[in-house]
Design a binder for this molecule. Structure first.
Ligand code: PEP
Length: 272
């Protein structure tokens, strides 16, 4: 049984003061909701104060990016060693990293391996651009992004740590985020998202095996709001959401998590 996950990606928004205020506004509302893993991904500078504020709560922290080297002459970068112990998750391969900062599938693959080797759980983002979608290339693009990023990951975890390999399914989250849906207000339909997520799961089965693929959480991201989350959460294939803009509004983010918990909880009860 996959535990649903809803993560808020605050992107390059909020000063430290604003981030603390936003957490205070959503803390109680989120904390009382069970059955969904709740993750906030603020800017790097707010990770330390928020990690203190969230101690003892059920809300987890994620970073929005990291570099793959442990340390050295990489001005401006943040290493996995700096993040481990501070947050549990790290968003990798977000389309804004790919398209604004030139990250390649190969770089993202190095980051995924470095995150796992340092006990961080990647939220690996994949998704096609509008022109690729319109040219009927969605599956080709997604297949390349998934297989290159995860090449050599899993049963061959760096360092050959078998224990880590066995926990792969808990340690990795994939976010299907069609680029044309991010920040545009034009979300995919539940059917479109579920179909591509099913395709991703098949690609994962090809990389590892069906059982492992069935256990890995795959969420949808792209203009998710309180008004449309039900359309995504009601699909068995979709394990939650990565939320950008709407995660900056406390009431709306709590409403997204609340609906996900309710819909997924009902599904679990009806399958018993
Ligand atoms: C995102 O940044 O990952 C995202 C999905 O943004 P938005 O919800 O604003 O489309």
């Amino acid at each position: 049984m996959r535990i649903p996950l809803v993560a808020g990606n605050w992107k390059m928004n909020t000063s430290v003061d604003e981030a603390e205020k936003l957490v205070l506004e959503m803390l109680d509302g989120l904390d009382r909701l069970d059955g969904v893993e709740k993750v906030l991904c603020p800017p790097f500078v707010s990770l330390v104060p928020l990690s203190m504020m969230l101690q003892g709560s059920s809300i987890k922290l994620g970073a929005q990016n990291m570099y793959f080297e442990a340390k050295g002459a990489y001005t401006g970068e943040i290493s996995p060693l700096m993040l481990s112990g501070l947050c549990e998750f790290v968003i990798l391969g977000h389309s804004e990293r790919r398209w604004c900062f030139g990250e390649t599938d190969e770089m993202i693959s190095k980051k995924v391996k470095a995150a796992l080797a340092n006990g961080l759980k990647p939220i690996l983002c994949v998704g096609e651009r509008l022109e690729e979608n319109e040219a009927g290339k969605t599956e080709e693009v997604i297949n390349r992004q998934v297989t290159v990023a995860l090449d050599g990951v899993g049963l061959n975890v760096p360092g050959g740590d078998i224990e880590k390999a066995e926990r792969m399914s808990d340690n990795l989250v994939i976010a299907y985020e069609p680029v044309w849906a991010i920040g545009t207000g034009k979300a995919a339909t539940g059917e479109q998202a579920a179909a591509t997520i099913e395709f991703i799961r098949k690609a994962l089965a090809g990389l590892w095996n069906r059982d492992t693929a069935e256990e890995i959480r795959i969420v949808y991201g792209g203009s998710v709001t309180g008004a449309n989350i039900a359309e995504f959460a009601s699909h068995r294939e979709i394990d939650g959401a990565l939320v950008g803009g709407a995660s900056l509004k406390a009431d709306e983010f709590v409403a997204i998590v609340e609906q996900t918990a309710r819909i997924k909880g009902r599904d679990r009860t009806s399958r018993r």
